[in-house]
Design a protein around this ligand. Structure first.
Ligand code: SF4
Length: 894
């Protein structure tokens, strides 16, 4: 079925990171462990493009950190023993305490086939709906908003709409860093046809470099902004009366609710100027081809569902739903968040977009599965699920392919919940996670490249992930593990799948069950695929019904929706501020999010030095005046605290941050820093409809961390971050880099240097050192066999040594004058300092980019790319290059 077979040796597969779902070509390296990677030019999501994370996929493979065998209480064991124990403990809990005493917590990293059998086992055979997913943290509010408005969890549009729109509104969506290939497609469309772009975000993110207008609204005020827009559209005769009357219901209630907030109150709630609001409203009103893209900045909120419906209301009012270049468009964070939604991976769904609360749906699914029972009530959503584990209601919990000990709010409470739960199973590809540390049984899962199945991206496009490597050690696919446990629990017939192709066929058939167009999700046309067809399946958007042609890749083009009366519903929503307000003790607002080159809790992306070069240390970003007010300067260590706890991170001072706001990335765990798990600071306030936690807002305060000394080191062996009061580690070419600090000096710096820099088993190490006790400066350079094997710089204040330069010295053979220069902590005049790495693909630093821009007045990202190579590979850094070209940033970089 695939029209364009790849060249011999290459496998067509799909990137395992974000919801863009880019096609990847992979060719195994001769070592059988790693692979060559490039973008698939035939995949309709990316047409050959990849971002920095996708381009570095080949470097994240390999055996390092992989789980190679099952373990029980930390002891290696056989698969049979591990599976017997899991089945026994789950069955025992169900027998003694009922089906709701067990739970699965799964992940948007699972393939659809994995998800399908996990959901089938829990809802159809165990008889509970206690299966929830980390997608609850990502887009549950969009699901709830879609269902309220459309009667179904349907994404109406497709990626092509971004290229057909005249106006793209990005709401709570840092596309440049979080969906980089969509950002590239949008940037290309803007260059070609002048697409206007509005970014709505409290932060001036990298995406703003593409924006014609940036609305830095107050955190959480989106409903006020959208309700103001709805009022404006009505007042300025910009609504589509005919569409509203023919295809919707509830408009009067929605506009009445919107008008409860006069324009002056919209200004006060959003913190925006009247002129900014009017400009946006006018632009929206006058531009029928408008796409509104939204993601975590909207969803991760205690009012996330209302925010989604407030956006959809404006699109319904203008009839801009499911039309080319005109739609609301939720983009998902994870590679298979959509697949999870399809098969019922959320605790409040059944399967195949059928409803737990619908008796007919339950009976149909139970008959189809031939299952002894079927869950009839929604199960526990993520926050409630871990609370149930903490207070003893959940006796056995299986966590698959996710790391809730870091990614959930109140992350320390999650650790306590896992410690309190009598039986915790973790299946994952790596044992180096804060969650696996707390499991009784750990099951080794096949990694990306080792497993077969399908994923669905944000535009409903199903793509194959294909195996091109042999599973390492005893690793097995998740679907195999789930089926093996199900068989041991007495459900052999229903889980007798030999291949993922068989699971996919059953799933596709289920979507067509009693579905004569009543449900959006229909894959019945794919239910008869042979295993060869499945193997060669080309990317395909759903729906794909049997015997019915599909005329469009968009939904709702005919104005008919999946509600009882076929009409879309306006939802009357009112602005509610975030659950917690700043106070005298916690006067700032903490926002959390992602950085460009890391994926989630860094379990894979942190393996490659290339992706750690851009940002190697956890940080808090704040405005200069906020930093000064709180006694902090660039590079200082800061304690960020909320009523829940405290982290220690590096200070980044930036005009891009909103006044009174802090931003901290959510990605650092105890594996890479000892005091930076930001989700320990976030209280578990959730949206009442979607159950999605408010990860984007918490009252906070910040103050200097009272370090007595600071140090930076590069070395060959991995240091332990727990050995210092503050520490963050990162891989670098040939070894590791370490940032650390402490309150009291160690007894002896030479001894500390020796312990840190001497690799195990290396006897003949030569040290050069320098000390200035008055300034409390200590510097050490270690050599073995003529090579530099480590550097340590200690100072009373944050160490100012160029990290890029220092890292490049590791492993170098240096003449004696060059060795002494190491102790000076800077390159000689003949060796320019490249500065912080901006282009991770081609290793180009900020100083090189700044120098190229200075040389060419009127420089552009394109001309700097020609001069330095920066931004010419994956393009993920182009927004940052644009910032550096800006005169103010040039001064900073110099
Ligand atoms: Fe992967 Fe990047 Fe494409 Fe997302 S945008 S799917 S991370 S290559």
């Amino acid at each position: 079925m695939n029209p364009t077979a790849p060249a011999p040796g290459w496998t067509q597969t799909t990137c395992p990171y974000c919801g863009v779902g880019c096609g990847v070509l992979a060719r195994p390296a001769p070592d059988g462990l790693t692979a060559e990677i490039k973008g698939d030019p035939d995949h309709p999501a990316n047409f050959g493009r990849l971002c920095s994370k996708g381009a570095a996929l080949g470097e994240t493979l390999g055996a390092e950190g992989r789980l190679l065998a099952p373990t029980i209480y930390g002891q290696r064991t056989r698969w049979d023993d591990a599976l017997d124990l899991v089945a026994h403990r789950f069955s025992e809990a169900i027998e003694a305490h009922g089906p709701d005493s067990v739970a699965f917590y799964v992940s948007g990293q699972l393939l659809t086939e994995d998800y399908y059998v996990a959901n089938k086992l829990m809802k159809g055979f165990i008889g509970s709906a206690n299966i929830d997913t980390n997608s609850r943290l990502c887009m549950a509010s969009s699901v709830a908003g879609h269902k309220r408005a459309f009667g179904s969890d349907t994404v109406p549009g497709c990626y092509e709409d971004l290229e057909l729109a005249d106006l793209v509104v990005l709401i709570g969506s840092n596309l440049a860093w979080c969906h980089p290939v969509l950002y590239q497609r949008l940037a290309a469309a803007k260059a070609e046809r002048g697409t206007r772009i509005v970014v709505i975000d409290p932060r001036e993110t990298a995406t703003c470099d593409l924006a014609d207008l940036h609305l830095a609204l107050k955190p959480g005020s989106d409903v006020a902004l959208s309700n103001g827009l709805l009022q404006y559209l009505a007042a300025n005769k910009a609504i589509d009366r005919s569409y509203i009357e023919s295809h919707t219901s509830g408009f009067e209630a929605a506009i009445t609710a919107a008008m409860d907030m006069p324009f002056a109150d919209v200004i006060a709630a959003t913190g925006l100027e009247a002129g900014q609001l009017s400009r946006f409203y006018k632009l929206f009103a006058e531009t029928p081809p408008t796409v509104s893209v939204f993601s975590q900045g909207v969803n991760q909120s205690s009012a996330g569902t209302d925010k989604v419906n407030a956006i959809i209301n404006c699109h319904l009012a203008t009839g801009r739903v499911g039309k080319p270049g005109a739609s609301p468009f939720s983009v998902t964070g994870q590679p298979n968040a959509m697949g999870g939604r399809e098969v019922g991976g959320l605790a409040n769904m059944l399967a195949a977009h059928m409803e737990l609360g619908n008796t007919g749906h339950r009976q149909a699914v139970q008959q189809f599965w031939k299952s002894p029972r079927i869950a009839s009530e929604p199960g526990l959503k993520a926050v409630d699920l871990f609370q149930a584990a903490a207070d003893g209601r959940v006796k056995a919990l299986w966590i698959m392919a996710t790391n809730p000990a870091d990614s959930m709010p109140e992350a320390d409470h999650i650790r306590s919940a896992l410690a309190a739960c009598p039986f915790v199973v973790v299946s994952d590809m790596t044992g180096d996670t804060d969650t696996a540390d707390l499991a009784h049984v750990v099951l080794p899962a096949a990694a990306w490249g080792e497993k077969d199945g399908t994923v669905t991206n944000s535009e409903r496009r199903i793509s194959r992930q294909r195996r091109f490597l042999q599973p390492l050690g005893l690793a097995r696919p998740d679907w195999w593990q789930i089926c093996a446990v199900a068989k041991r629990m007495g459900f052999a017939d229903a889980f007798d799948f030999a291949t993922p192709a068989e699971i996919f066929a059953e799933y596709a058939a289920l979507t067509g069950l009693a579905n004569r167009g009543e449900r959006d999700l229909d894959l019945a046309g794919l239910s008869a695929l042979s295993s060869e067809d499945y193997q060669t399946l080309a990317p395909i958007q759903w729906p794909a019904p049997a015997g019915r042609p599909v005329s469009s890749s968009r939904f709702f083009t005919d104005g008919r929706f999946y509600t009882d009366d076929g009409r879309a519903r306006f939802i009357a929503v009112a602005y509610r501020p975030p659950a917690q307000s700043p106070s005298a003790e916690f006067p700032l607002r903490l926002n959390t999010g992602r950085i460009r080159d890391q994926w989630h809790t860094m379990t894979r992306t942190a393996k490659t030095p290339r992706l750690m070069a851009h940002i190697a240390e956890p940080f808090v970003e704040m405005r200069p005046d906020d930093a000064t007010r709180h006694g902090l300067g660039p590079g200082d260590l800061a304690q960020v605290s909320t009523p829940m706890g405290e982290v220690v991170v590096r200070t980044v001072v930036s005009e891009r941050q909103g006044a009174g706001s802090l931003f901290v990335p959510m990605q650092w765990t105890d594996q890479y820093a000892n005091r930076a798990r930001i989700n320990t600071l976030i209280a578990a306030w959730t949206d009442p409809l979607s159950g999605q936690p408010e990860l984007k807002h918490s009252p906070a305060q910040v103050r200097p961390y009272p370090a007595g000394w600071h140090a930076f080191a590069v070395m060959q062996e991995q240091p332990a971050p727990g050995a210092f009061d503050y520490a963050a580690i990162a891989t670098c070419p040939g070894g590791w880099r370490l940032e650390c600090a402490g309150r009291g000096d160690p007894a002896s710096w030479p001894q500390t240097a020796s312990a840190l820099l001497t690799p195990r088993g290396t006897a003949a190490v030569e040290f050069l050192s320098y000390a200035d006790n008055a300034l409390a400066q200590h510097r050490f350079a270690a050599f073995s066999d003529g090579k530099c094997i480590g550097l340590l710089f200690v100072s009373r204040t944050p160490v100012t040594v160029s990290r890029t330069w220092a890292v490049e010295q590791l492993g170098g053979i240096l003449a004696s004058d060059q060795r002494l220069r190491l102790l000076a902590g800077r390159p000689g005049g003949d060796v320019p300092d490249r500065g912080k790495i901006v282009c991770a693909c081609l290793n180009v630093g900020a100083n090189e980019i700044a120098a190229a821009a200075r040389l060419h007045p009127g420089a552009t990202v394109y001309t700097v790319g020609i001069a330095t190579g920066a931004g010419t590979n994956c393009g993920s850094c182009r927004a940052e290059i644009g910032t550096l070209i800006h005169a103010k940033s040039l001064a900073e970089a110099g």
